[in-house]
Design a protein around this ligand. Structure first.
Ligand SMILES: NC(=O)c1ccc[n+]([C@@H]2O[C@H](COP(=O)([O-])OP(=O)(O)OC[C@H]3O[C@@H](n4cnc5c(N)ncnc54)[C@H](OP(=O)(O)O)[C@@H]3O)[C@@H](O)[C@H]2O)c1
Length: 262
């Protein structure tokens, strides 16, 4: 039997949306929610990836997939309608979809900059506002929003575009936590350091190989460690926590450099 962090009926009858839930950290978060009784909707661009993920997740509970690009507000609205029609409610939003690429700030093209900002800042906002309007504002029970950002504690030299976008979401987390507190909506962020996940495939292998030695704990984080933190923040056990950003980084925000700067 698979071990659960809390009682397996913790989220029974509840529904969660995990953007980017078809791979890596999002897949682990989806599994964690399913193991605790929730129905889970996973959404991202690649329909085939979503269907493959659904096959692996279905042994744990009810999973729906929806293919969309979070950068397109009209697609995001259609996702909310899909959730209303299939599940009738939504209790938890995990904004996990995102991506970036390593580049010196001086070399980032306008298109590269816009792609990263549009996904990680604008896309996250489109999903957040749409889901809050469609579900959380209307439900007495409100809802939870957990934003997966990055460890930007000391800026993000080497990936300035995503540092800027995620700092925006970090600040948005605080604004919304207060604006929406009276609607029973809790808004928090999780800032992972380097996590052993599919996202690392986008980075040069030699960069990934040397990175563990730069982390105070001398190892990468696991997707399950991030997923368990997200589950906790989404659960009633974190009922008095809002507007918080929790770093899960083996101490990296305080010490060490991932790579050498010129
Ligand atoms: N791994 C790490 O070390 C690390 C550290 C800090 C933060 N993070 C962040 O954690 C999140 C998950 O990372 P991961 O490592 O698990 O990487 P990943 O497997 O590449 O996950 C990113 C997910 O986002 C989806 N996505 C990307 N752009 C999208 C868009 N425009 N619309 C809809 N979905 C989109 C992707 O699916 P499709 O391709 O199907 O769209 C994919 O499932 C990301 O936001 C990442 O930046 C990761």
């Amino acid at each position: 039997m698979t071990k659960t962090m809390f009682h397996s009926d913790l989220l029974q009858g509840q529904v969660a949306l995990v953007t980017g839930g078809g791979s890596g950290i999002g897949l682990a978060i989806s599994r964690e929610f399913l193991l605790h009784g929730a129905t889970v909707v996973i959404a991202s661009r690649n329909a085939e990836r979503l269907e493959n993920a659904k096959k692996t997740l279905e042994e744990y509970g009810i999973v729906y997939t929806y293919a969309l690009d979070i950068r397109k507000p009209e697609s995001v609205e259609a996702l909310a309608t899909f959730i209303q029609e299939t599940c009738g409610r939504l209790d938890h939003l995990v904004n996990n979809a995102g991506g970036q690429f390593p580049a010196a700030a001086a070399d980032i093209s306008p298109n590269g900059w816009l792609a990263v900002i549009n996904t990680n800042l604008n896309g996250t906002w489109f999903v957040t506002q749409s889901i809050a309007r469609h579900f959380f504002f209307k439900q007495e029970a409100g809802g939870t929003i957990t934003n997966i950002i990055v460890n930007h504690y000391r800026g993000f030299p080497g990936m300035a575009h995503t540092g800027a976008a995620r700092a925006g979401i970090d600040n948005l987390t605080k604004s919304l936590a207060i604006e929406w507190v009276s609607k029973n909506i809790r808004v928090n962020a999780v800032a992972p350091g380097i996590i052993n996940s599919t996202g690392l495939e986008n980075y040069p292998p030699e960069m990934v190989a040397q990175v563990a030695g730069t982390i105070p704990m001398k190892r990468l984080g696991t997707v399950d460690e991030v997923a368990q933190l997200v589950l906790f923040l989404s659960s009633s056990y974190a009922g008095y926590i809002t507007g918080e950003t929790v770093y899960i980084d083996g101490g990296s925000r305080l010490w060490g450099s991932m790579w050498q700067m010129e």
